[in-house]
Ligand binder design. Structure first.
Ligand SMILES: [Zn+2]
Length: 250
């Protein structure tokens, strides 16, 4: 997959799927079936549903039993749409010390694991950087989510040493999610360029809580293209087979 030059720059039509979306199983507005139907309608090959695991911040989250029932529904939808891959991810919150709230064998039941950092506001920069880097090094962690993408794209983020985080992500083969939210400050892509140099993959994700938001990846991909990010650095440009292979080996 060694490509270079203009043709390899990411663009909306190169995005094959979405890996961060929520359904009515937790705090999403729409059913799993509606999310899948919309993803298919907008031309995606796969959708990863990453509903929240139960936590103090997500009381609506699923427990292990609910996740097992959700998996049965996912399997039913896989059978209904054999040309479309539906993945069962899980979104969990990192512990303040950089640990994870679930054991490895539980995390291993999901196709991939997204970790979010909901409490960063109260930490000093060193503590927060240490927490994120610790999470990034863990093999079970697939994607680092909020607020990493926003901090990646903010020139002076003031709370996170992104270089340290990116080196840890390279070590743990952990993907960093770029939400490319168009609101707010002027975006600075230099950290994304560093990620690209270090071989750290990024995922362009809408964190869609409703079906209509799935298409937001297009805006992120346009911005990423202008910034010079290549498809080979963006996990969700992988085909569904390449993605499965990546997930099985990481
Ligand atoms: Zn989410």
């Amino acid at each position: 997959m060694e490509l270079s030059g203009q043709d390899d720059l990411v663009r909306p039509c190169r995005i094959k799927g979405i890996l961060h979306a929520h359904s009515r199983w937790t705090d999403g507005a729409h059913s799993l079936a509606s999310m899948v139907e919309t993803a298919r309608e907008i031309g995606l090959e796969y959708l990863g549903i990453s509903d929240h695991f139960l936590s103090s911040a997500h009381q609506e989250g699923m427990d292990i039993d609910a996740a097992a029932v959700q998996l049965a529904e996912i399997q039913r939808l896989r059978d209904l749409y054999p040309d479309f891959d539906l993945l069962q991810g899980i979104e969990i919150d990192a512990n303040p010390d950089g640990g994870l709230p679930l054991a490895d064998d539980v995390l291993g039941r999901f196709d991939y694991v997204i970790v979010a950092f909901p409490e960063n506001g109260g930490y000093d920069p060193d503590t927060f950087t240490g927490q994120v880097a610790q999470v990034a090094r863990q093999p079970r962690v697939t994607i680092l989510s909020r607020p990493l993408g926003d901090l990646m794209l903010r020139k002076e983020n003031g709370v996170l040493d992104m270089e340290t985080v990116l080196h840890a992500a390279a070590e743990g083969r952990t993907v960093i999610e770029v939400t490319a939210n168009p609101t707010g400050n002027k975006l600075d892509w230099s950290n994304c360029h560093l990620a690209q140099e270090l071989g750290v993959l990024m995922a362009i994700s809408p964190d869609a809580h409703r079906a209509a938001r799935l298409v937001d990846f297009r805006h992120g991909a346009e911005l990423a293209r202008e910034a010079g990010l290549r498809c080979s650095s963006v996990l969700n440009t992988f085909s569904s087979e390449e993605l499965r292979e990546y997930l099985n080996n990481s």
